[in-house]
Ligand binder design. Sequence first.
Ligand SMILES: *[C@@H]1O[C@H](CO)[C@@H](O)[C@H](O)[C@H]1NC(C)=O
Ligand SMILES: *[C@@H]1O[C@H](CO)[C@@H](O)[C@H](O)[C@H]1NC(C)=O
Length: 424
Amino acid sequence: MRRIKTFGAMVLLISLFLIFFYSTLHLETTYSHKAGPEDLLKHPSVQVQDSDVKTSKPESFITPHPVVYNVTISDGIRQTISQNAAFWNRLLYSAIRNLDKGENPLGGDSDWSRCRGTNLELLQTNVHDFNSYPVLFQDFLQGMNCRTPPVLINQPKKCISGKEMGENQTFLLFAIKSTPGNFERRQAVRETWGQEGKYQSGLRVHTVFLLGTSPEDDPNLSPLLSFEARHYGDILQWDFHESLLNLTLKMNMFLQWTLKYCPHVSFVFSGDDDVFVNTHALLSYLQSLEPSKASQLYLGHIISTAGPLRDPKSKYYIPLSFYDGPYPAYAGGGGFLISGALLQSLYSVSQVIPFFPIDDVYTGMCFKAVGVTPEAHAGFQTFDVKEQDRENLCIHKDLILIHQRSPQQMKKLWKGIHSPLLTC
Ligand SMILES: *[C@@H]1O[C@H](CO)[C@@H](O)[C@H](O)[C@H]1NC(C)=O
Ligand SMILES: *[C@@H]1O[C@H](CO)[C@@H](O)[C@H](O)[C@H]1NC(C)=O
């Protein structure tokens, strides 16, 4: 009896040893895979839904990346965004862990033609109620790793033009989120606050409109867009579908574009095509800044106590199993300012922070990771001014940004605040 027991114990020990031995071998091989589902599943708060997970490793996670990831993530982001069971929160912490190990933080296959394909099973495995998410939200999740849409219309010379080289650099770049069909709004912006050229003290201002593509069933606007792009030289277009949930991708593409084609810009204004901007007031404000502040600017209408909306009918619905916790303070996406000096760090941390479906919240998260606090400015009215003040030119003369105005109102306001007859 005793012998049998000893023998049993030995067999057990040997098998344990063998299991251990094989598992280390296995670990070594899986470690060369980047940020995969197995990494998520190691997380203590993650429930394993389906035991098949370990064997069905999506292909997208086995491409090795020889890149060195040289990004610093501020501690602020860990303090603000908690580590919990929600999918996005898990992805964030998995990315930070990968970064600490010197691995590709987000993993996945970023190749545009393949990035969506292999992702569905991973999502259904890791997000228990994935199938109950709204269709567009499911679509967003499937494309979360897709960050390299082809460029359709570019303006590589936007910030340099031969005869002006050596002259003053671009002081302010207006980056205006638009959609292909919004011709009238773009034209109103060009004729008013988005006019390119030299302003007070020779400050150089440039404008680009950021576009994706219209749905396939829509009338084909590309010949008109090409004409517009040639005529005005201010259209940037990428080959992804316009949608609210693709605005984060749009912002990311714009950052990438600016670092490449307009790297010395002093300030960037990111905003919508239906806001009104008092360009002269904006430039005077920017010119008045101390250099230390001018290089650390993330300024606008700051929303500091927001969190996810849980009503599935809301435009900004975020399921609890996707993101859990409040949002970091962020500048409302209608219009905000960023120092050119921060663009590189902002873009670098975006390579670690997974895409979030709301673009201005995402920008706030990235700034948190950079370690820059958003600053409020009372001149940014992204929720508009009081009803009775909406025609009041004196009120508008002192503001920097108002959301929202029609093309006709824009022209009227612009003319009004510049009228020599206006005494206020
Ligand atoms: C450059 O900007 C300064 C003010 O910032 C201005 O005085 C100067 O005239 C500008 N130079 C050119 C060549 O535009
Ligand atoms: C974002 O763009 C991609 C590429 O065109 C598209 O497949 C996807 O459906 C879009 N996402 C949403 C949420 O509309």
